[in-house]
Design a protein around this ligand. Structure first.
Ligand code: HEC
Length: 196
């Protein structure tokens, strides 16, 4: 080997070693990434289905009728999607109407508020972790849900008194009013055993 070849060779060995490390960590990240993609898809389907039914109900029967649709259909859609995907899906919030957060969801939602205060958009705010629960690896995921114009009728600062009375009858502990457009209304929460 000539002197001039030697550095090239060393460089090659170093490059191979580096790519080996990269391949290993890619392998470890792969099941998580794949499952995260499925979670994102499920959260999106959940949100779209709810919003579709909500808007149809508002158009057809107004907000009073739409409250009943939210009351009945939101848990049904969550249950149906959970069954279809094998993941546990739900929605929760720091100011809940129906579903208060668990301890870890509470911590994540608080972090979402901090990220929002730092200027991040609810559209992109998400979080995940791999955790071991009773010896089983689980992937937990949350995605922020932004407050849109259409949400204000039932979650805004100025909810019609008759409508609020109907909401309070169904949810005596309701805290889910006083939101403004762009606020984080809550989050989708998805958990399941980590595959692979
Ligand atoms: C017609 C009234 C109405 C409108 C409009 C409405 N919601 Fe709700 N929302 C409800 C009701 C009722 C519940 C409780 C549903 C249940 O029992 O699971 C709820 C629950 C929620 C929850 C679950 C967390 C919690 O507080 O328990 C989230 C998140 C949420 N709404 C977000 C939204 C968003 C985002 C929009 C706008 C796209 C919206 N809502 C529009 C009535 C409404």
């Amino acid at each position: 080997m000539t002197l001039s070849q030697q550095p090239t060779r060393r460089l090659l060995v170093a490059t191979l070693a580096l790519s080996g490390v990269a391949a290993l960590s890619a392998q470890a990240a792969e099941p998580v990434d794949q499952q995260l993609q499925e979670y994102r898809q499920a959260a999106q389907t959940f949100g779209k289905t709810l919003k579709g039914e909500l808007q149809a109900a508002m158009k057809q029967g107004g907000p009073m009728a739409a409250v009943s649709v939210c009351h009945e259909r939101a848990p049904e859609i969550a249950a149906q999607l959970s069954e279809e995907t094998g993941f546990t899906l739900r929605r929760t919030s720091l100011k809940p109407r129906a579903t208060p957060p668990t301890n870890w969801e509470l911590a994540v939602l608080k972090d979402f508020e901090a990220r929002r205060a730092d200027g991040e958009s609810p559209k992109t705010i998400e979080w995940h972790e791999v955790t071991t629960v009773e010896g089983e690896k689980r992937l937990r995921y949350m995605k922020a849900i932004g407050t849109q114009e259409v949400c204000l009728t039932c979650h805004g600062t100025n909810v019609d008194p008759d409508l609020k009375a109907k909401i309070d009858k169904l949810y005596p502990e309701d805290q889910a009013t006083g939101f403004e457009k762009g606020d984080i209304r809550g989050g989708f929460s998805i958990t399941a055993p980590l595959d692979g």
